[in-house]
Each structure stands twice: as C-alpha cells, then as structure tokens.
Design a protein around this ligand. Structure first.
Ligand SMILES: *[C@@H]1O[C@H](CO)[C@@H](O)[C@H](O)[C@H]1NC(C)=O
Ligand SMILES: *[C@@H]1O[C@H](CO)[C@@H](O)[C@H](O)[C@H]1NC(C)=O
Ligand SMILES: *[C@@H]1O[C@H](CO)[C@@H](O)[C@H](O)[C@H]1NC(C)=O
Length: 343
C-alpha cells in the first residue's frame, strides 16, 4: 500500500495566542460599550436632525405684552395696542420691536386705567378713551385723553356720562362717541374746547324707529368731500345705519347684521363687520336676505383694524393673545417685458 503523504498543515501566520475566559469577557464588554456609544450617538444625531427639521423657520413675530383688548391701525400702518394700563406701538418697519408709548415704563403720563379705545389722527396725535364705573352713583363716566405728537404729557379733553367702547376723530378734531348705554352718538366740538356736545344720531331712547338706535357700538365716518356720513353699527337692531350731517333720522344701509360691534368700509360700499367672533363682508347694494359673506369664523376678538388701501384686516385674537393680519395680496398675472417701441 502506498501511503500518500498528507500535506503538513501550515502554521497559522497570525498570532493565535490562547484566549482565556477573562479575555473573552473583556472583549465582550468592549463590544457592548462600543455598541452602546454608537447607539447613543445615533440617537443624539437623530434628535438633533429631528429638532432642526421640526422647528419652524424663525419668523419675526413680536412678543405681545399682556392681554390686548383693542387695537388701532393708523394712517402710517403703525399698530397701537392696549395692554391693561399701557399702550404699545408697533411700527411696520420694525414689527418685532414694540415701544411702550403710554403708561407704566413710558415717559408719557398719566397712567391710564384699561383704555377702551385708541384713535390716532393723520398728524399722529393720539386720543384714548377710558371708562370708569362709579359704584356709588351707579353710572359710567368716560374720559378722552389726548397726546399731541411727541408730547410726553397727556391732557384730559373731555368727560361724559355713559358707557362706550369706541371713538372717532374727524379732520376738524371733533370727537364722535357712540354711547351704547344712552342709545345715541354724540359729537364733542374741538372749537368749543370739548366743553359741549350735541347728539348726531339716535334720540336717546332705545328703539328700532329710524330716528332711534339700540346699543350703538362701532362707528365709521365717511368724511370724503365733506360728506360727513356717519355709519353706525346698531347692535341690538342688527343693522348698519347711515346718518348724514344734521339728519333727523338714519337710513338703514344693511339689515340682518349679526352684532355689528366694529365696522369699516372700503371704496366699493362693502362693509367689513366684526361681531366678536366672526368677520363678515356685507354690501349695501345687497341689503336684504343676505347674511353677509364669512371672511373669518370662530375667532374671539376684542378689536379689528382695517387698512382700506390694501384690504388687510388686523384682528386682535384675545384667546391666544395674538395680533393677526389677514391680507388679500395681489399677484402679477401678466407682464409685458418688451420695451415700448420708440417713436
Ligand atoms: C417729533 O419728533 C420727530 C423725531 O424726533 C421730529 O422729526 C418731528 O419734527 C417731531 N414732530 C413734532 C410735531 O414735534
Ligand atoms: C355750550 O353750549 C351752551 C348752550 O348752547 C352755550 O351757552 C355755551 O357758551 C357753550 N359753551 C362753550 C364753551 O362753547
Ligand atoms: C324717540 O323717538 C321715539 C319714536 O319716534 C319716541 O317714541 C320717543 O319718545 C323719542 N324719545 C325722545 C327722548 O324724544
């Protein structure tokens, strides 16, 4: 029998020093530690990337002061907001920066007691309505304070009786106040240093006749071409009344309006009406049977500001403590890029 030489097994070229149980354990622990570190790193990386992904892009949203109940948008689109006993102003070019213009932490005096309404005229003079309830006598007193532009000291312009929520200043600086509790709108004359007032709408008895009002709240004055047409949100009568200068009675321009707390108008006879939780559009040409077009719904707010040049509405969202601007912005549909032929 021939025996074939079996090949001699080669010596392993790598070091295979014998490993003890201890060594194996050590390696095991090392592997586990490495594995754990890797997992932790992966989790951290994932978390960081998720955070980056989920965090919304930083917008320049201003942090509002406390709770705002009213706002005013002036001619220059500066936004004035009440904050308990202060008034804060936001400028359109630096909306993230607020300036406290009246009240605590401001150089302007006096400190007001929860202002109800603000009005700023085209010369940036400021008017503030403040209302007190006299518990002893059980009636309301309202006051209008005035700060001329840049002045630090306010002065009291007038004091009247009745509950009210808004004011409007015409171009002669006369002050219109819808006294909702007295069911009338009064005008205080600048020429008489606001000593005297007259009734411009309503006869003082609540009712639904054309010479009457029932809880007027919001007003809007159309003083173009010296018309002086006063539009009134006649809340309990659910209508918008128009009273022309020296008229003995009003005309109903829109009926079936739910709670017209604040009203504004655009150049097409549309009325933007804020009723406390919805914003609606009414047209005076379509007076009956229509309940308005919803622009916004379920939005509890204290006030509305309307920019009738751009059709933007500013809402003071009291539930969420936010001021929100809704705007209809145009887009370019057609654009002729060719230059006009030269003659
Ligand atoms: C108000 O202050 C501004 C800037 O400080 C100034 O330019 C302006 O002339 C002042 N206006 C009035 C009416 O004093
Ligand atoms: C206020 O009205 C009364 C009566 O109309 C008038 O006598 C008085 O002079 C007026 N006051 C001012 C400051 O104009
Ligand atoms: C207001 O007008 C109504 C209806 O014409 C009338 O009944 C009421 O007495 C008037 N009120 C006053 C104070 O004149």
């Amino acid at each position: 029998m021939n025996f074939v030489d079996l090949p001699v097994p080669l010596e392993p070229t790598y070091d295979r020093s014998p490993r003890t149980i201890k060594d194996l354990c050590k390696e095991h622990i090392k592997a586990i530690t490495l594995f754990t570190i890797c997992i932790v790193i992966i989790i951290i990386l994932l978390a960081v990337s998720m955070c980056l992904f989920l965090t919304p892009a930083k917008k320049n949203v201003a942090v509002l002061p406390m709770k705002s109940i009213t706002l005013f948008l002036d001619y220059y689109k500066k936004l004035y907001i009440t904050d308990y006993d202060r008034i804060v102003m936001f400028s359109p070019d630096s909306i993230e920066k607020a300036s406290i213009i009246i009240g605590k932490d401001s150089i302007r005096l006096p400190i007001l007691d929860k202002p109800r309404s603000i009005f700023v005229d085209v010369d940036e003079n400021l008017y503030v309505l403040e209302v007190h309830f006299d518990f002893k006598e059980e009636f309301y007193i309202y006051r209008v304070w005035y700060w001329s532009k840049n002045s630090t000291n306010g002065k009291k312009l007038l004091e009247g009786n009745g509950d009210c929520y808004s004011l409007y200043i015409d171009k002669y600086m006369n002050i219109y106040i819808p006294e909702n509790g007295n069911h009338r709108v009064v005008i205080w004359y600048a020429q008489q240093q606001y000593q005297n007032f007259s009734i411009v709408a309503g006869n003082g008895t609540s009712g639904s006749e054309l010479n009457q009002l029932n809880e007027p709240y919001g007003i809007y004055l159309d003083e173009n071409n010296d018309k002086f047409d006063l539009y009134i949100g006649d809340v309990k009568n659910r209508r918008i009344q128009k009273w022309s200068l020296n008229a003995a009675e009003g005309i109903t321009v829109v009926s079936n309006v739910n709670y017209p707390m604040q009203i504004a108008s655009d150049c097409h006879d549309n009325f933007i009406v804020w009723n406390g939780d919805a914003l609606k559009l009414y047209n005076s040409m379509l007076t009956t049977g229509l309940d308005g077009i919803y622009l916004l719904n379920n939005f509890y707010s204290g006030a509305m500001g309307y920019d009738n040049k751009n059709g933007a509405v500013y809402i003071c969202d009291m539930t969420n403590n936010k001021i929100i601007k809704f705007s209809i912005e145009g887009e370019i549909l057609l654009h002729n890029t060719k230059e006009a032929p030269t003659a």
